[in-house]
Design a binder for this molecule. Sequence first.
Ligand code: MG
Length: 387
Amino acid sequence: MRKRRVILLGATGSIGTSAIKVAESIPERMEIVGMSAHRNAELLAQAANRTRPSAVCLVEESQLPVLRSKLDYSPEILVGPEGLETLARSTGVDLVLVAIIGTTGLKPALAAIESGKDLAVASKEILVMAGEIVMARAVERGVKVLPVDSEHNAIFQCLEGKPKQEVKTLILTASGGPFRKLSSDQLSSVTVADALNHPTWKMGRKITIDSATLFNKGLEMIEARWLFDVPVDRVEVLVHPQSIVHSMVEFVDGSLLAQLSHSDMCFPIQYAVTWPERVPNALKPLRLAELGRLEFEAPRYDTFPALGLARRAGQAGGTLPAVLNAANEVAVEAFLEGRIPFPRIWSLVEHAMDQSENFARPSLDDILQADGQARDSVREALSRDRL
Ligand code: MG
């Protein structure tokens, strides 16, 4: 048994909160020695006061006085995006858990790998944008990339110890979101509140909208492609409204292995931290007889274009996945602000993809540039929408 010393990037979000719960429930296996937040200084101070990491980082420097006034002990305090990288490079750390929304997590994730730490990835953007670079550097440096996204954590568990040539398909399950049964016509009039009302998972706003458009699953297809080094054509999506089977692997002999548990992010976080071992916890055990039934259905590709767009980006590779990701972030923001109807998210992303020039084998700079251009392209299309 080995205790892992963990840096938690994104301590105040929904994954971060779950990670703190896990650390509290298995203190003999997990110690949080550093944590960060974007701008919520008060919540960061609360979390730090309880967990007592030796270093904290606040990205938004203007909130620093709040953090200082609320801390009841004296950890090292880092600030800004550079602070995240410094924190990720700290010595005496085994694992960096990246649970930062959006693309801010990419540079600290690479810093963690470069400084020889294992990486637990909850922010799928990191692998969608730069999966090729991240996985190659991890191999070079001999560190492990452990998936925290529930689907990928499930596949990781099913794949363990199995040679690659025995794997036929990775099957990502999707709840289908709140609009699983709606027609294209009905989708054009759904509201922000409707979209934020996810049937099975409690998550942040951005990812909840992504679950409604199915872009979340699309991003996960690309994430799986890099994490498990499987072409995106062998990554399939299966709608499973109960979110109990978190994903499956189909093997060449026709057998399927699946991982099941209640939908609580504490399960995948704990497994990423204690891997390759399993330890008991106080989480709710799964009683299938009480659930009675689990349902599965094919996704509706025509009604939810996100899956097709993600497959296209995953097949093309290069900078196109970064374009899809960035365009979607801006489009989701516009939807959340009530500026565009729900289906416009898909067409804005498609437009940005059509506009972009794809670079194969991109550098990190190429990727960040494609990201910026995609954001501009969506903002421009949005300003035309308003005319
Ligand atoms: Mg997921």
